[in-house]
Design a protein. Structure first.
Length: 388
């Protein structure tokens, strides 16, 4: 009889992701899935056709480890066009199998066991697991509800002599916040003062409804400290393609690649070709995308308010966080289970994204990256909720 536990102690605390769990429950109960952040519609035909042509054209072998030349060149042009940021396509851009892998590779590439990484909570769940698998130590700064902001003092307090990096996610999942220039500048001051790297998760960069996305690397002195991470799937509604990337100066890019080469080595060649074509489309596509998602956001937020939720329209992403106290619940997990099993709508309980879980108990997260009819069906079911 084997007596040793099979699961590593580093991974044991994390279990199955909440996204997998809620999607399973949605399928089990026939619920409208407003939980997991994937669209229920397909991405643009021109991207899909380019990938099909690549398959038919014989691009079925390994791509260059750091990314197909067509794709890294398209990314270099994109960042220069959109933000005035130039990255050398061959030395400073690394393509990975999704932004989740990029984050994993970045954290593993720059940390030693025992190094500390500052996370803003609530955080995307893979952050915490990636830190643990690297043998690093997380430190936390809370984005305090209801406006989900932080103080520079709290950030300084979270840093120590062992701190190696700060991980910043803006536009922010799950809250929908877009960090202001003042907040980003506060992070930059701390990074400069403490000589820290900054890893930025900017996958929702083209889903900003108020103002404009500010890449952290555009702040004075921050390009040399920053690993900028983004992805193809969120912007082009093709999350299953799993194409992410890191833009960073050569030394930091080398660190990301050192890990990436032993995780997936290379990302699917024909999908990279399709992504290269899509990323060459220019600002008009992004403007249309934002307009469509703003309409979905406004519909969902307005309807949730009518039903009795306390919800602020998110500044970015395709998530909305809503307080549910009017319905007699005070625990997000219990309320989420009630919604999926009794009402037929799946949502995410955000307390799982907190180290201090009590801070997330009062609200749930809705995803509006869905067809209008899907959102309407979910709202129709939510109308059966009873206020206390």
């Amino acid at each position: 009889m084997i007596r040793r536990p099979a699961l590593s102690s580093r991974l044991a605390p994390f279990g199955t992701t909440i996204f997998t769990e809620m999607t399973r429950l949605a399928e089990e109960h026939g619920a409208v899935n407003l939980a997991q952040g994937f669209p229920d519609f397909d991405g643009p035909e021109f991207a899909r056709e380019a990938a099909v042509e690549a398959i038919r054209g014989g691009l079925g072998q390994y791509a260059r480890m750091a990314g197909l030349p067509d794709l890294v060149r398209a990314l270099s042009l994109k960042y220069e066009r959109d933000y005035g940021l130039f990255y050398d396509p061959m030395a400073e851009i690394t393509v990975t199998s999704g932004a989740t892998e990029t984050l994993f590779a970045a954290i593993h590439g720059i940390t030693e066991p025992g190094d500390e990484i500052v996370l803003f909570e609530p955080y995307y769940d893979s952050y915490r697991a990636s830190v643990a698998m690297a043998g690093a130590v997380p430190r936390f700064v809370a984005l305090e509800a209801p406006d989900f902001r932080f103080g520079e003092g709290a950030l300084l307090e979270a840093c120590s002599e062992k701190t190696r990096a700060i991980l910043v996610n803006s536009p922010h999942n799950p809250t929908g916040r877009v960090f202001s220039r003042e907040e980003l500048e506060a992070i930059a001051r701390v990074a400069e003062e403490r000589d820290l790297y900054v890893i930025t998760d900017e996958v929702y960069e083209h889903l900003v409804y108020e103002g404009r996305h500010i890449p952290f690397a555009t702040l004075p002195g921050m390009r040399e400290r920053t690993i900028l991470i983004s992805s193809f799937g969120k912007t082009f509604s093709l999350t299953g393609w799993k194409i992410g990337w890191a833009c960073a100066p050569p030394a930091l890019s080398a660190a990301v690649r050192a890990a990436h080469q032993f995780v997936t080595f290379a990302t699917a060649t024909p999908l990279q070709k399709g992504a290269a074509v899509a990323l060459s489309t220019g600002p008009a596509f992004y403007e249309g995308l934002t307009r469509e998602y703003r309409e979905r956001r406004d519909f969902l937020v307005g309807a949730l308010r009518e039903i009795g939720f306390d919800v602020t329209a998110p500044e970015g992403t395709y998530f909305a966080c809503a307080r549910f106290g009017a319905f007699g619940f005070d625990d997000d997990v219990a309320f989420a289970r009630h919604l999926v099993s009794k009402i037929g709508v799946a949502v995410i309980p955000p307390s799982v994204f907190y180290e201090h879980t009590e801070k997330g108990k009062g609200y749930v997260r809705f995803a509006f990256c869905k067809k209008r009819e899907t959102l309407e069906r979910g709202i129709d079911r939510l109308r059966s909720l009873t206020r206390i």
